[in-house]
Design a protein around this ligand. Structure first.
Ligand SMILES: *Cc1c(COP(=O)(O)O)cnc(C)c1O
Length: 457
């Protein structure tokens, strides 16, 4: 059961099918343009959408809003230092700010960042620094149906080959994303992290963690890695941070706050560079673009997130939804992970070709039938067409992500998601494809306008 009871509630909106049909038309079938008030269950993201605890709210009320040296900063600093062990901790307003501060200070144009998989803002910040972001996912990650527990691992052989190959002198950093968000939310094993750290040390390349979901990764390690079965999630997390030279973190995930993040580094010279950039662009080094109350709530959240009862329930509810989804006849990226389920829309809707966006079609259908908002991760997001709409490139998989906000929805909400998918899966032939009628040159999935097209079957 949920290891909490509910003290503050927010009504969720109910709409009719007719209203949702009209809303879809009005926003040109782009779910980003819906008003949140038109969404009954919002699974667009697990970022900044969690519920605060009473203790977090109380900590926020006691926040110290001094410009520098606030009590809130020292509480935050102590918590993060204890957790990570890094010598220098800098707050930032969210993950991508931490990424920009770190990469602008660490990288020189022309260098390479290697990762198990760069998250999209991580990639963008590496590229903005004039560098190449190269993904080295493990071979198992390519098989969506494989239930191997650590599909988030980096490919150690390719890593070694890169660190000893012709590009070796240009490799400036290795990033491990815990859990691997771009790769289906799959965890990284401690064994893989240790071997990566050893290779990095051997070849003199710094290792950084993208720690957005460090606690969920730690939980999955205690469940599936034999050497860690008797460890607490905190012990695993503390060990993981200490294998790396630093980290950047979006606390909107495993900090369970609405805004917040930080950079941690050991190297004093790098820390100084980051600090100056932070002061120039985010805020003074003891608040980093946040309010004192945000720092207090983040400190409290970073402790709560490692509670075994919290992590156990989060894994259980993801597993519960996965079971409902499979029973409805819809395949997911296996195993289910913790922060999201990734539906295999390509397999569910084989009559819709990639350039008619089966993922987007399923996403729209989830909204139409159930008022559920999700995110397409398929050819609308990753594909390309020529000016006449003929496909040039399509995504490797047509997926829909159901992100699970922390401590927000209960089992009956999850049942509604299962029921809705069951209904859709029984009548896939009524699901239409889409065509883009207007798009932006970059990040098109955010702004594209679409219209439904009947597809041949
Ligand atoms: C969300 C996320 C980020 C970016 O953080 P924001 O707080 O959204 O800026 C970076 N890396 C990963 C793995 C993330 O999930």
């Amino acid at each position: 059961m949920e290891p909490y009871r509910i003290k503050v509630v927010e009504p969720i909106p109910f709409t009719t099918r007719q209203q949702r049909q009209e809303a879809l038309k009005r926003v040109n079938y782009n779910l980003f343009d819906l008003r949140a008030e038109e969404v009954t269950i919002d699974l667009l993201t697990d970022s900044g959408t969690g519920a605060l605890s009473a203790a977090q709210q109380a900590a926020g009320m006691a926040g110290d809003e001094s410009y520098s040296g606030s009590r809130s900063f020292y509480r935050f600093h102590e918590t993060v230092t204890e957790l990570t062990g890094y010598a220098h901790i800098l707050p930032a307003h969210q993950g991508r700010a931490a990424e920009r501060i770190l990469f602008s200070s660490l990288l020189e144009p022309g260098q390479i960042s290697l990762a198990n998989t760069h998250f999209d803002t991580t990639r963008a910040n590496v590229e903005l620094a004039g560098c190449e972001a190269r993904d080295l996912p493990s071979p198992e990650s390519r098989d969506l149906d494989s239930t191997q527990p650590f599909k988030g691992n980096i490919d150690l052989e390719v890593l070694r080959a890169t660190l000893t190959g012709p590009d070796a002198s240009r490799v400036a950093v290795v990033v491990m994303t815990l859990t691997n968000n771009g790769g289906g939310g799959q965890p990284v094993s401690m064994e893989n992290l240790k071997q990566t750290a050893a290779l990095c040390r051997q070849y003199g390349v710094p290792l950084f963690l993208d720690a957005a979901r460090f606690a969920e990764n730690a939980w999955l390690v205690t469940r599936h890695e034999d050497a860690y079965r008797d460890h607490t999630p905190r012990q695993v997390a503390e060990e993981a941070f200490r294998l790396a030279d630093g980290c950047m973190m979006s606390a909107k995930k495993d900090g369970i706050v609405h805004i917040g993040g930080f950079v941690g580094v050991n190297d004093p010279e790098l820390a100084q560079k980051c600090e100056l950039l932070l002061i120039a662009t985010e805020g003074f080094a003891t608040y980093g673009g946040l309010a004192g109350r945000d720092l207090d709530m983040m400190a409290q959240g970073l402790n709560e997130v490692l509670e075994p009862s919290y992590l156990q329930e989060r894994a259980d509810i993801a597993g519960y939804l996965a079971k409902r989804v499979r029973a409805a006849g819809v395949d997911i990226i296996e195993p289910p992970g913790m922060h999201a389920l990734y539906l295999n829309a390509g397999r569910l809707l084989p009559h819709i070709p990639p350039h008619n966006y089966p993922g987007h079609a399923l996403s729209c259908q989830l909204y139409l039938e159930g008022g559920i908002r999700s995110a397409e991760l398929g050819s609308l997001y990753l594909g390309k067409e020529d000016e006449d709409g003929n496909p040039v490139a399509s995504a490797p998989y047509e997926l829909v992500r159901l992100a699970l906000p922390r401590r927000v929805y209960t089992r009956s909400h999850y049942d509604h998601i299962g029921d809705t998918l069951e209904k859709i899966a029984k009548d896939t032939h009524s699901v239409y494809g889409f065509r883009i009628v207007d798009q932006s040159p970059i990040l098109r999935h955010f702004r594209a306008k679409l219209e439904p097209v009947p597809v041949a079957r």
